[in-house]
Design a binder for this molecule. Structure first.
Ligand code: MN
Length: 227
């Protein structure tokens, strides 16, 4: 066993529905602007395809835990998303082959410092501080899955008021295409999560807000934004 100059951090892992073993996370990719109505509300051009960014694996917030309201923002936004969890990988995958790599699905929220993101866009700077901050990715347990991907409703409510309400079938890149597109840019592997983008209705959160999200057939998550 290797010797380390200090104790390495524990592996990031998520619960799996129906079994005791955990799902070990390797990395977290995210799709931007994968629903047309959200692309419009962000001021995007209808001709621009979706794209990728990333969050560190340790940004995940396990089910039942409450993320803190982050520092350095006055405009924290919620983005409810279907999350794909891979059990295998590769590069340059065909969409037909991609679905065979899916271990399961989860419900995630891509928390975003919208003010820092807008400033980064204006200056042509990277999004890491606006997207990949600590505790920026609350997520549900993973539901193991076989067969066609989820297509149903995706919803998020804040303090009981529905803010986002759409259907996963409206994604511009479907799940198979998301995996295939990602594999053109990275060699994917078991343990990779992909947040597949959010529908319209994103908006601000305040400390103390109760957030409840669900994807039909996949599961639900709930958390309170801690002070
Ligand atoms: Mn997002």
């Amino acid at each position: 066993m290797a010797d380390y100059v200090f104790a390495p951090p524990p592996p990031v892992a998520l619960p799996v529905e129906g079994q005791a073993a955990l799902y070990p996370v390797r990395r977290v990719l995210c799709v931007g602007r994968n629903y047309a109505a959200h692309r419009r509300e962000m001021g995007g051009d209808d001709r621009d395809p979706p794209f990728f960014f990333a969050k560190p694996a340790d940004a995940l917030v396990a089910p039942g835990a409450n993320p803190a309201y982050p520092p350095a923002t006055a405009n924290l936004h919620h983005e409810i998303e279907l999350v794909v969890a891979l059990k295998g990988g590769g590069a340059d995958l065909a969409p037909d082959a991609a679905l065979g790599l899916v271990y399961g699905y989860a419900v995630g929220v891509d928390l975003t410092r919208r003010d820092l993101q807008n400033a980064a866009k204006d200056k042509g700077q990277p999004w890491d501080a606006s997207k990949g901050f600590d505790q920026s990715a609350p997520i549900s347990a993973i539901r193991p899955w076989s067969g066609p991907p989820p297509q149903g409703r995706i919803r998020l409510a804040v303090n009981g008021a529905v803010r986002q309400d759409a259907v996963v079938a409206d994604m511009i890149w479907n799940v198979a295409e998301v995996i295939a597109e990602a594999s053109r840019l990275w060699r994917l592997a078991a343990g990779d999560l992909i947040f597949t983008g959010t529908p319209e209705g994103v908006g601000p959160l305040a400390a103390g807000d109760r957030v409840e999200g669900e994807v039909e057939g996949v599961g639900a998550l709930a958390f309170t934004v801690a002070a």
